[in-house]
Design a protein around this ligand. Structure first.
Ligand code: SF4
Length: 259
């Protein structure tokens, strides 16, 4: 396939999945800070474990910048233990709030007012923040227009012979951003997307709507938001690591050998 055909196909993935499943209600969180904590805690663990750790922090009233800063490390480790790698993750959360205090006076609004590229570089310089975590924070907490690439994204593209194992995170991110941007350009009013979301309903959403999933954002960030959630749906339900269960998968029509 040519580069143009690949970009068209990825745009078609979005249209097909969104038409089939509708909004995915990402990210399941009540605040920007909760998204950030979740982005750290979800590394190398299932989301159900993250939910337990977040529930512990919430019931201890520590799910905020001051709470993480003031809580002794051992206590923080105990609270987030369900998420696994809790010593490492507790230290990394401490590192993030120290960075936020030092650079932005503890203000997430000031931090997210930074240009996307500069803030991305800053986040990537922090201990424990790789591209997926940085982009999750930028997109889902900060409404910055970056696409989040995960293992599911790479798996789908590889099985459809669009990328090889040599493709880097940045290669895939750039490919998705270039492919999805035209969809936003053709949707001039963000209300169009809201209408579309209502029209498609909430078929098969993995999460209930949350304050953060319903937050006002641009059409482009909403498309990136939805596409990541939709790809997760494909990976969890059909394109599994051990085996691709293509029967019933909405992306089956794009399989190379069926075209
Ligand atoms: S399950 Fe099959 S059709 Fe669906 S994305 Fe994976 S390879 Fe494609």
């Amino acid at each position: 396939m040519s580069a143009d055909e690949i970009r068209d196909q990825i745009g078609s993935y979005y249209r097909t999945l969104f038409r089939t499943w509708g909004t995915q209600n990402w990210w399941p969180a009540r605040s920007r800070f909760e998204v950030i904590v979740g982005a750290y805690l979800t590394q190398n663990t299932a989301w159900t474990n993250v939910e337990k750790a977040i529930a512990n922090l919430r019931s201890a009233k520590l799910l905020n910048v001051a709470g993480i800063r003031q809580t002794p490390l051992a206590e923080l480790e105990r609270l987030i233990q369900p998420s696994g790698y809790f010593r490492q993750k507790a230290q990394r959360l401490k590192t993030f709030v120290a960075f936020l205090e030092r650079e932005y006076g503890g203000s997430l609004s000031k931090m997210f007012a930074r240009p996307t590229k500069k803030l991305r570089e800053e986040l990537l310089s922090l201990d424990g923040v790789g591209p997926e975590t940085a982009d999750s924070i930028l997109l889902y907490a900060g409404n910055h227009p970056v696409f989040v690439v995960d293992a599911y994204t790479r798996r789908v593209l590889a099985r459809h012979a669009i990328v090889t194992d040599e493709a880097t995170y940045e290669d895939v991110r750039e490919l998705f951003e270039k492919s999805l941007a035209p969809l936003a350009e053709s949707t001039t009013d963000s209300e169009d997307l809201s209408t579309q979301r209502l029209a498609t309903g909430f078929a098969n959403p993995p999460h209930a709507p949350s304050q953060m999933s319903a937050a006002k954002r641009t059409v482009l960030t909403q498309i990136y938001n939805e596409m990541h959630g939709l790809i997760v749906g494909v990976g969890k339900n059909y394109c599994k690591k051990s085996q691709a269960q293509c029967d019933g998968c909405p992306l089956q029509i794009f399989l190379p050998d069926l075209k």
